[in-house]
Design a protein around this ligand. Structure first.
Ligand code: CP
Ligand code: NVA
Length: 310
C-alpha cells in the first residue's frame, strides 16, 4: 500500500519511516526506468519548485532543476543575493509568502535551524538540499545506489573515513534506519555530533545493526562493503583547509587503506572530491568506484522525493 507523503517536509532522514524510505527507492527506480525508456512521467505538471541557495552547488542545483522540468514543472533559482530572506525579512514571513506562490521549496544553506524554521512556517513541502548539519537527499541517493549495486542494504557495512560533518550525520541517520552497519573513523575533535550518534544507536539497535565511532581508519574499513569519504573542509570552512589537511593526513582513502575492505567493496563520495586529499585517483577511478552512478542517481531520487511530497 502506498504511503501518502504529500505535503511532508524532507529535512532529515531521521524523520522518515523505514517504509517511506523504501517507497522513495521504489519510485526512484520506476522514474529512472521511465526516463531511460522515454515514457512520460509528468507527475508535477504546472508546479513550481523554488530553489534557494546560499552556498555553491553543481549536482544539487542541476539535478533538482532538471528533475522538476522532467516531471512537467518548473524550477526557480534564488542565489545568495536574490531574496529578502534573512537580511531584510524574517524566515517566517518569507516562508508564509513563498507558500502562497510555490508548490515546494528546496533550500541549501548554512544554519540547519533556518531550514527547520522555513519548514515550520511554509505551507508547502520544504526539502533540505544540504545544511552544515545534514545532507539527506545525498544519503537517500547513496542508499539507493547501494541497493542497486548490492541488491540489499540490511547487514552491509559502510565505512566512512574523514570529517564528522553533514555527510557523516546523514549517513548515521540513513544507515541506522535501514539496518546497515556503519563505522566512522575521524580524528579527535572532528567526530560526528553526539546527539545524532545516540539517535542512530537507538535505530541501529532496533534494526539489529552496529554503529562504531573510532580514530582508526583501518579498523573502520575492515571487511567493509562500502568505503565512503567526503572533503576534509566543507563549504564555509575554507579558512581551516590548511590546518585540516595536517589533521586528516592519516585519513586518506588510498589503495593501501581499501585493501582492508571486502574484495567487492564499492567506493562512494558525494562529490565534489578534492583528489589527492581525502581520496586519490587510484581509488576514485578504480573499477570499485561508483561515484558517477551515485551522482546520476541524485536526479532520480530527488524526482521521487518531489513527486511524493509535492
Ligand atoms: N554532492 C552535492 O551535493 O554536490 P553539489 O555541492 O555540487 O550540489
Ligand atoms: N561536506 C560537504 C558536502 C558537499 C556536498 C560540504 O558541506 O561542503
Amino acid at each position: 500500500m502506498a504511503i501518502n507523503m504529500k505535503g511532508k517536509n524532507l529535512i532529515s532522514i531521521a524523520d522518515l519511516s523505514v517504509e517511506e524510505i523504501y517507497q522513495i527507492f521504489d519510485v526512484s527506480k520506476s522514474l529512472k526506468e521511465k526516463l531511460y525508456t522515454g515514457e512520460s512521467h509528468k507527475y508535477l505538471e504546472g508546479k513550481t519548485l523554488g530553489m534557494i541557495f546560499t552556498k555553491r552547488s553543481t549536482r544539487t542545483r542541476v539535478s533538482f532543476e532538471t528533475g522538476i522540468y522532467q516531471l512537467g514543472g518548473i524550477g526557480m533559482y534564488f542565489g545568495p543575493n536574490d531574496l529578502q530572506l534573512g537580511t531584510s525579512e524574517s524566515i517566517s514571513d518569507t516562508a508564509k509568502v513563498l507558500g502562497r506562490y510555490l508548490d515546494g521549496i528546496m533550500i541549501r544553506t548554512f544554519d540547519h535551524q533556518d531550514v527547520l524554521e522555513l519548514g515550520k512556517y511554509a505551507a508547502i513541502p520544504v526539502i533540505n538540499g544540504l545544511t552544515d548539519l545534514l545532507h539527506p537527499c545525498q544519503v537517500l541517493t547513496d542508499l539507493f545506489t547501494v541497493l542497486e549495486k548490492k541488491r540489499v542494504l540490511k547487514g552491509l557495512k559502510l565505512a566512512y573515513i574523514g570529517d564528522g560533518n553533514n555527510m557523516a550525520h546523514s549517513l548515521l541517520n540513513g544507515c541506522s534506519k535501514v539496518g546497515m552497519n556503519i563505522a566512522i573513523a575521524s580524528p579527535s575533535g572532528y567526530k560526528p555530533n553526539k546527539e545524532i550518534i545516540e539517535t542512530a544507536k537507538k535505530f541501529a539497535k532496533y534494526m539489529g545493526s552496529k554503529i562504531e565511532i573510532t580514530d582508526d581508519p583501518v579498523a573502520a574499513v575492515k571487511n567493509a562493503d562500502i568505503v565512503y569519504t567526503d572533503v576534509w573542509a566543507s563549504m564555509g570552512q575554507e579558512q581551516e583547509a590548511q590546518e585540516r589537511k595536517k589533521k586528516f593526513a592519516k585519513y586518506q582513502v588510498n589503495p593501501k587503506l581499501v585493501k582492508n575492505a571486502k574484495d567487492d567493496y564499492i567506493f562512494m563520495h558525494c562529490l565534489p572530491a578534492h583528489r589527492g586529499e581525502e581520496v586519490v585517483n587510484e581509488v576514485a577511478d578504480s573499477p570499485n568506484s561508483v561515484i558517477f552512478d551515485e551522482a546520476e542517481n541524485r536526479l532520480h531520487v530527488q524526482k521521487a522525493i518531489m513527486a511524493l511530497v509535492m
